[in-house]
Design a protein around this ligand. Structure first.
Ligand code: PGA
Length: 243
């Protein structure tokens, strides 16, 4: 795992942007594994600006999302379908027919088929404060493919900020499995903020265990972890700070 630690969050996202522009321009038909939540937003804003400045095109890019809530419709303001459209897709030249987001339990087979025919070149991941990746909660099998999960209460309370109340946060979701995530050729993980520091330290320095799903990333040969100083404050190693 390559670790890049930043004092300044803007510089962190600027460097992730450079990596993305490079990868997309080197492979315009790239299959991008996409994520939702707060973490990707500054990257998506930068990608939109770069597209508007003519530095990158998504014309031939395929986007495959990690996960989706179950129990809210696609037009609900907090569905990940809606999130992707509003935070990224509607602002760029991606062909919506080349975007795939899991939908519900009935869509699992179809979504798994997409994963089996579209190898992800570059997977973006945030990390939950409980160490989840996608919605693979603690205890998820490392051998899992796309499946339905019961959301951890920690995840529901973390995500309550996006809803009007905890009651409105869905209890279930559908997610790409850990086995699927590990199939990606390259993985970029971004973590910022103090509330991620415990999960980040267990992911990097802890034992590889299904009770901390992100720890499995220690086994992947091409993971790039971008963290700010708050998220990285419990790491054991000495890391040079980028600005
Ligand atoms: P966040 O979520 O980016 O909203 O903190 C990350 C995650 O749960 O994977």
């Amino acid at each position: 795992m390559k670790i890049y630690k930043y004092n300044n969050k803007n510089n962190l996202y600027d460097d992730v942007l450079k990596l993305y522009i490079n990868e997309i321009n080197n492979n315009p038909k790239i299959n991008l594994g996409l994520a939702t939540g707060s973490t990707p937003i500054p990257l998506y804003e930068r990608l939109i600006n770069s597209y508007k400045e003519g530095k990158v095109s998504f014309k031939d890019v395929t986007g495959i999302n990690l996960d989706e809530y179950i129990g809210i419709s696609r037009d609900h303001f907090q569905s990940y379908y809606n999130f992707m459209y509003n935070q990224l897709f509607k602002h760029i030249d991606i062909n919506l027919e080349n975007t795939y987001i899991p939908k519900d339990e009935k869509s699992i087979e179809e979504f798994q088929g997409i994963l089996n025919t579209h190898k992800i070149d570059l997977q973006l991941l945030g990390i939950g404060s409980n160490g989840h990746i996608g919605f693979n909660e603690p205890g998820s099998s490392f051998e899992s493919n796309t499946h339905v999960v019961l959301l951890d209460e920690k995840t529901r309370t973390d995500n309550q900020r996006f809803f009007n109340s905890l009651d409105e946060v869905p209890t279930h979701a559908v997610t790409m499995g850990i086995k699927d995530i590990l199939e990606a050729k390259m993985i970029v993980v971004i973590a910022t903020g103090d509330n991620k520091s415990d999960a980040v330290s267990k992911m990097v320095d802890g034992e590889v265990t299904e009770s901390l799903p992100a720890s499995v990333l220690q086994k992947h040969p091409n993971v790039h972890l971008f963290i700010d100083k708050d998220a990285g404050k419990l790491l054991k190693g000495e890391y040079k700070y980028e600005d």
